[in-house]
Design a protein around this ligand. Structure first.
Ligand SMILES: C[S@@+](CC[C@H](N)C(=O)[O-])C[C@H]1O[C@@H](n2cnc3c(N)ncnc32)[C@H](O)[C@@H]1O
Length: 650
């Protein structure tokens, strides 16, 4: 038996007053730096017949923290990306990237190398449902961070916080997290590129406003509505859809280049294959072909991509069609007599009238066998809509794909239930197909279980093309009680990488396509360079070397190469070869785009050997030269023997 406890504190009158005002004037509730607050300017306005002077009204998106979010986006990062060869697949040759770390820092690091190079961005950020986690950016170097750096605390756990609806800064926190990331992401898009952002009703209005703010209202391409099936969490209305909001980098460029987005519907190939089989068998017996096609549709499993086209269940001499509405759009259309071709009696006229006001035109369609009649005059005829005419069409803003099928497929692929609510890779594949072609780069910086990488590989396999992906994902820890943890996955990146490996294997088996199935893994880390300066009394023989070249002792030549590529604005996906030149290890990046040698003892002989290839760029460790004279001579030799080569040291 539970006994109610006496609340021995007096009522919080301020809170009660706040709630009373909020109930009377909900439009005056706003978010202040400390949490929920009343907008007194607006409240004054509510109580006055004249316009109340106060803060100037402006049409804009504002929240406490917006200015900070802008500063956050513009602050440089000191971090770097370190290659993780052991987790990669075909590291030296692949052009796909998987980057582990906070996407804010990663987006900053990619600014030079990928500026204006990304064709498409797809993201599925936390929806801010109150149950998911939002990442809090905090750049103040405080005690917490020192604990993190000394390994006593985990940075990601510190910064991923639940954001329940009861929190005063509910929307502000989400906006502050998204704003700098979207701003940085926009810089990376090509002139004819576009971004697609998944969201649900929780933040859809604010997402639209924020994207209007960052991309410009005129660059809205569309709000795609994904009808994904009923959720069982309805209160008053069962929400059965979510959104994919799309903005172009610049709609004018799309218009200038006359770019048209086209989409081939999924599941059509199987329907055509079935049609070909039926035609072979039944020749021109269209009635039997139609009934066989209907049976075939009926027997397809739920979630089969062809099932969405089951209305295309009629066949005639032209091909597959569905009987479409033949009525006048809206009411009050023309009504005239049309005879049934078999019974010769007037057919039932559509209640809204015929689609065309010209009876001769309709007769011509009938003569051309483009009108589908019922068995007798009692049924309203239809117009035949052929599959082949609609195969490549402008994408619709509303589409249906059951949300559950994707989870099922992922479960089968991973042999376990390891990731909640993955997006449907088939839907993402359609979107990728709509906008991108061979060699385009597609970025997803909230990668989760790597759905977008899976969809890109599947599309490449189908079309034998090489689109490239960049996945960015926080190594968010997995709950130790979960099945994923028990199966050995310690963080989400481990699930994401394993999914790509498995999806690649499956696609290779299914398509036998000769495409890039690999991916290069990079991990966000602190800079390779020492930031701790030793006092003279701290020098000992062990750290003298370290001090000399200022590179952290645990960093490898591979690490330095990644940092150099980012600093020099070279894409991380460029082909890397390792060769031996005069007994030293040299990295050759994209043939002769960049040569890097971080070994010691660099001298004139080495310089002569390396200039034979006339690299465009060359980099050494500052402390890597044999001596000061060698350093001067190497520079001089390069100038003489390979004048195009730009030399730098780190
Ligand atoms: C909704 S899920 C994406 C699911 C994904 N579309 C899929 O189909 O698997 C969002 C993901 O973003 C990740 N995330 C959240 N904040 C992040 C950040 N600051 N940097 C990188 N990833 C982040 C979360 O760990 C989560 O896995």
């Amino acid at each position: 038996m539970s006994i109610d406890k006496l609340d021995l504190s007096s009522p919080d009158l301020a809170n009660q007053n706040f709630e009373k005002l909020a109930a009377l004037f909900p439009n005056c509730v706003t978010e202040g730096a400390e949490g929920k607050a009343i907008d007194f300017d607006l409240l004054k306005q509510e109580l006055s017949h004249a316009v109340v002077e106060g803060n100037k009204e402006r049409y804009r998106l504002e929240w406490p923290g917006k200015r900070e979010a802008i500063v956050t986006a513009n602050l440089p990062t000191t971090k770097t990306l370190r290659p993780v060869r052991e987790d990669s697949v075909d590291f030296d040759n692949t052009e796909n990237l998987y980057i582990e770390g906070d996407n804010l820092e990663v987006l900053k690091l990619l600014q030079e190398s990928y500026l204006g190079k990304i064709k498409m961005i797809y993201i599925d950020p936390p929806y801010n449902t109150g149950k998911d986690f939002v990442y809090k950016d905090n750049f103040s170097k405080d005690a917490q961070e020192e604990l993190i750096e000394s390994g006593q605390k985990d940075e990601y756990n510190q910064r991923l916080v639940a954001n329940p609806e009861t929190a005063g800064r509910y929307h502000s926190d989400w906006l502050s997290m998204m704003y700098p990331r979207l701003k940085l992401a926009r810089n990376l898009l090509k002139g004819d590129g576009a971004i697609f952002v998944s969201c649900d009703e929780s933040e859809h209005p604010r997402l639209r406003q924020m994207l209007d703010d960052i991309f410009g209202q005129g660059n809205l391409v569309g709000d795609l509505v994904w009808a994904a099936g009923k959720k069982n969490d309805s209160r008053l209305v069962s929400i059965s859809h979510e959104y994919i909001v799309c903005y172009a980098k610049n709609v004018d460029v799309l218009k200038e280049k006359k770019i048209i987005w086209r989409q081939r519907k999924k599941g059509l190939e199987e329907i055509y294959a079935q049609y070909n089989r039926l035609q072979k068998h039944y020749k021109d017996d269209y009635e039997t072909m139609t009934s066989q096609l209907k049976d075939w549709f009926k027997n397809l499993s739920d979630g089969h991509p062809s099932k969405a086209h089951k209305h295309y269940s009629h066949i005639d001499k032209r091909g597959i069609y569905f009987p479409d509405n033949i009525s006048w759009p809206g009411g009050g259309g023309p009504k005239y007599e049309v005879l049934h071709p078999k019974t010769n009696k007037p057919v039932k006229v559509p209640s809204r009238g015929w689609m065309t006001s010209d009876p001769k035109k309709l007769q011509k369609w009938i003569d051309d066998d483009r009108v589908h009649f019922g068995s007798d005059e009692n049924k309203v005829p239809c117009i035949k809509s052929y599959l082949s005419d609609r195969e490549n069409e402008t994408p619709y803003s509303v589409f249906y794909q059951d949300g559950r099928a994707a989870s099922k497929r992922l479960r089968t692929l991973m042999e376990g239930d390891y990731f909640d609510f993955p997006k449907d890779e088939m839907v993402i594949e359609e979107i990728v197909e709509m906008l991108t072609d061979a060699d385009d780069i597609i970025l997803d910086f909230f990668a989760g279980s790597s759905t977008s990488a899976h969809s890109i590989l599947a599309l490449n396999g189908r079309e034998k093309k090489n689109r490239k992906f960049i996945q960015v994902q926080l190594p968010e820890k997995i709950d130790e009680k979960s099945g994923a943890y028990k199966a050995g996955y310690k963080n989400i990146c481990e699930i994401g990488k394993e999914r790509i490996r498995r999806a690649a294997k499956k696609i290779k088996e299914e398509t036998n396509a000769d495409i890039d199935y690999g991916f290069r893994v990079y991990r966000l880390d602190s800079s390779n360079m020492q930031d701790v300066y030793y006092k003279p009394q701290d020098y000992d023989q062990g750290n003298l070397d370290l001090f000399a070249d200022n590179v952290k002792s645990d960093r490898t030549a591979d690490d330095l190469l990644a940092q150099v590529m980012l600093d020099w604005g070279l894409p991380l996906s460029l082909k890397i070869e390792q060769v031996d030149v005069s007994g030293r290890k040299v990295f050759k990046v994209a043939e002769n785009s960049l040569y890097a040698c971080f070994d010691s003892g660099i001298d004139e002989d080495f310089a002569k050997a390396i200039t034979q290839d006339e690299p465009l760029r060359i980099v050494f460790k500052d402390s890597g030269f044999k001596n000061d004279t060698a350093k001067v001579n190497v520079k001089q030799l390069l100038k003489q023997l390979s004048p195009e080569t730009e030399m730098k040291v780190i």
